[in-house]
Write a protein that binds this ligand. Sequence first.
Ligand SMILES: NC(=O)c1ccc[n+]([C@@H]2O[C@H](COP(=O)([O-])OP(=O)(O)OC[C@H]3O[C@@H](n4cnc5c(N)ncnc54)[C@H](O)[C@@H]3O)[C@@H](O)[C@H]2O)c1
Ligand SMILES: O=C(O)[C@H](O)CO
Length: 322
Amino acid sequence: MSQIQSPNQTIYVAHEYYDIRAELEKRPGSPPCVQVRTFAQLEQIIPQAEILVISMLWRDSLLERAPRLKLIQSISSGVEQFDLEQIRARDIHLCNARGANAAVVAEHALALMLSLSRRLYEARDNQHRAHWSGTGMDDRPRLQELTGKTVLIIGMGTIGDRLARICLALGMQVRGMRHSSRPLDVPGVTQVMASDLHAAMGQADHIVLTCPLTPQTEGLMNQRAFAAMKRDACLINVARGRVVDESALIAALRTNAIAGAALDTYADEPLPSTSPLWQLPNLVMTSHVAGETQFYERNVVDILLDNTRALETGGPLRNQIV
Ligand SMILES: NC(=O)c1ccc[n+]([C@@H]2O[C@H](COP(=O)([O-])OP(=O)(O)OC[C@H]3O[C@@H](n4cnc5c(N)ncnc54)[C@H](O)[C@@H]3O)[C@@H](O)[C@H]2O)c1
Ligand SMILES: O=C(O)[C@H](O)CO
């Protein structure tokens, strides 16, 4: 791997929303920064950029126009939008923002679990029509509590570990899976191996997806997986949309093969208005906002500045993917 010698050079940022430049300006001694917010502007600045901070505006075609690029700092934890082989072949380094939103994504997953078990979505609908739905009324299934329930977390990384600790604190039984068979980091979590995944799915009350989108995880929640789940179990996806086979999920929800689901991410984003997902009564949806937090810029800039310093000193990069 080549050693990068990088002076205190300009940081180029391409993001529509997060104000990384303003956050950098709060940090004494940080490098100068240029931030653009559209792909057209990005195409203008990319030839100058050695350090680029970016997320979903990335297109692999940009590589042809980026002769000076040395480091891509992803603003997101997921990096499926980058062609890792092409980036490696160009001797460019890629680091992700793993950890920047781990706490809040875990909180969002918990919020979705609670929304399903307490059916907060129904309460909100009732509120809008001034309808009182007390205990025993409306012939609805009983509300549930999470305490004592079993959660299966698929993807025991920064988000999964954090969620596991929260679930343990709630008195849940926690089972977790990671890519490798290396023992899990959170005491009290029962490790599930890939060969036992479907059996574990059949024992879980809640399955939470917190893994990256990879060839191994694409379509992980397919018809067979839904068939393995208990009829009163729920699926929560805060990973990536394509980890779930949406057609299989729609069928499972329509036939009550599972009790409910909550999605933050979708195969196609923004979700088209024609998607049948919008109409399902036993589905809670958020619009890929699980990682959103008022601390996002602060947390990303902490990682970014560690990495610009590492470029100067030749030290190890943080969250290095390539
Ligand atoms: N909805 C959102 O807003 C949001 C925000 C942040 C991250 N994410 C998604 O969550 C993913 C995880 O984020 P993280 O920061 O915890 O990443 P991480 O790298 O810390 O953890 C990922 C974990 O998934 C495990 N994993 C990989 N392949 C697996 C497989 N086939 N089966 C089971 N486990 C597998 C890894 O071993 C690792 O433990 C990201 O890649 C991203 O796609 C979504
Ligand atoms: O991967 C992430 O960090 C979030 O999904 C935001 O892109």
